[in-house]
Design a protein around this ligand. Structure first.
Ligand code: BES
Ligand code: MN
Ligand code: MN
Length: 458
């Protein structure tokens, strides 16, 4: 065992205890009643970075602060690694579906259950412990390190791009590493070659001044609920394609090599279906499930609201209806343009007598890596050593809006190395991270820093 491994083994219980403290802070960025918790979470993290031997500052933004950790003692000629993660979490509701409360972490069957265990506090904290291990054992790091931990990822990172632009010199880095995604399967680590982007909109449909008696007025006055349903039904064609004019104009065809690599992955469709519990899978014709998830765009209803939804019947003609609709995007689609196309489409298909308003909530650009070269090799070596298996290349259907901006503003390539597992319930009740991946993940990160330093200095 290396000295670092010995250190990690000796401090296992302390690390877990600290992680539990982090997970107990309900840093729900979307809820203003949790603003002080979100700040407490930032301060807690800054303290742990200082304990590890970095300097740390709480950097104010118009909303939730960024925690900026730095260790620059490798000197101006040494390469710099930027580690990004987020300390905010999604709201925990519905609470009654949690086996143990979301902010009272608990280990069951080798899994740490808590909101944020996988997304992303658990994974961000793994980096803090990997840095601590290096600094404790060697008194140094193999490269300069900047840690950027934001508290607004789950609300679309509204203040992070300006932050990165403002501090571009201080954040200058040769490579960015992010652990906010998953492995392909238990025991099978992964490096990501893509993330989808996001365009998130609200559609508001209104007609009469107020709700009306559906017998006295129905049939003569437009019904926004029905109108919205008809409009939503026009968003796809019978082949699962998105039926908005121009929607696919900017969609790049994926190279045959990547599609073949996707086909070669050990994906168990039955297990996937059983995991979600639906009667069957569905999606765009002509693409496999993994392709539908990773390299094709989608359009989904995320929320619907109209009329009476309480107990029993109420004969009412609603005055309004609302849908939250989001698109997952692939290169080179742009969120702003997709929202514009949606607006044009809805104006065209809106039934007579209703008003339609589209509000753009937030967006993020898709990202695609060039999954080869020395940095991917370095990451592959580190993961293989720790997990005993060479990582696979995979895509990801979710979004991390800042990734493309890091590449654009800092000019540094991004490596996405995640440790959650399929079915880990990110954003859902009973979110979990395995104890094994927490520990092996930390070990792999200590090796990753070494491999990256060597690769960048060589
Ligand atoms: N960590 C996720 C992204 C992700 C999800 C990576 C699943 C790998 C697997 C991230 O925290 C997230 O939830 N992103 C949001 C972005 C949005 C709020 C702008 C998403 O994908 O919905
Ligand atoms: Mn995340
Ligand atoms: Mn998330």
């Amino acid at each position: 065992m290396s000295e670092i491994q010995t250190f990690l083994a000796a401090h296992r219980d302390r690390f877990m205890g600290e992680l539990f403290e982090f997970l107990r802070i309900p840093s729900v960025s979307a809820r203003s009643e949790h603003d002080s918790d979100t700040r407490r979470s930032a301060e807690w993290l800054a303290d742990r970075l200082r304990d590890a031997g970095l300097s740390a500052e709480i950097m104010e933004t118009p909303k939730h602060p960024v925690v900026l950790g730095e260790w620059k003692e490798a000197g101006p000629d040494a390469p710099t690694l930027l580690i990004y993660g987020h300390y905010d979490v999604q709201p925990p509701e519905p609470l009654e579906e949690w086996t143990s409360p979301p902010f009272e972490p608990e280990i069951r069957d080798g899994r740490i259950y808590a909101r944020g265990s996988a997304d992303d506090k658990g994974q961000l904290f793994m980096h803090v412990k990997a840095l601590e291990a290096h600094l404790n054992i060697h008194g140094t790091l193999p490269l300069n390190v900047v840690v950027v931990a934001e508290g607004e990822e789950e609300i679309g990172s509204p203040n992070l791009v300006p932050f990165v632009e403002q501090f571009r010199d201080r954040l200058a880095a040769d490579v960015v590493v992010i652990s906010d995604s998953g492995m392909f399967d238990e025991g099978l680590p992964a490096l990501l070659f893509s993330l989808r982007g996001l365009a998130y909109c609200e559609i508001h449909v209104t007609a009469a001044r107020s709700d009306l008696h559906s017998g006295a007025y129905g049939g003569a006055v437009p019904n926004p609920g029905m109108a919205l349903a008809r409009m939503l039904a026009t968003l796809h064609d019978a082949h699962g394609r998105i039926a908005i004019d121009g929607f696919y104009d900017d969609v790049l065809a994926w190279d045959e090599e990547t599609r073949e690599a996707i086909r070669d992955l050990p994906f168990d469709e039955e297990k996937f279906l059983a995991g979600v519990g639906a009667p069957a899978l569905s999606g765009e014709e002509g693409f496999s499930t993994l392709e539908r998830l990773w390299i094709r765009p989608t359009c989904e209803v995320n929320g619907l609201l109209s009329g009476y939804t309480g107990e029993g019947a109420k004969t009412v003609l609603p005055a309004r209806a609302m849908a939250k609709v989001s698109f997952r995007l692939v290169p080179d689609q742009k969120p702003g343009r997709v929202a514009e196309l949606l607006r044009t489409h809805l104006e065209k298909v809106a039934p007579e007598g209703v008003r339609v308003q589209v509000v753009e909530l937030h967006g993020g650009e898709p990202w695609r890596a060039n999954p080869s070269g020395p940095l991917f090799e370095a990451a592959s070596t580190a993961l293989e050593e720790a997990f005993g298996t060479k990582p696979v290349l995979m895509g990801e259907g979710g979004s991390i809006p800042i990734v493309g901006d890091f590449e654009k503003v800092l000019g540094a390539p991004v490596l996405l190395v995640g440790f959650s597992l399929p079915g880990c319930n990110m954003h859902a009740p009973d979110e979990w991270l395995t104890v094994d991946n927490f520990q092996t993940g930390i070990a792999s990160l200590t090796r990753l820093y070494e491999e990256l330093a060597e690769s960048l200095s060589g």
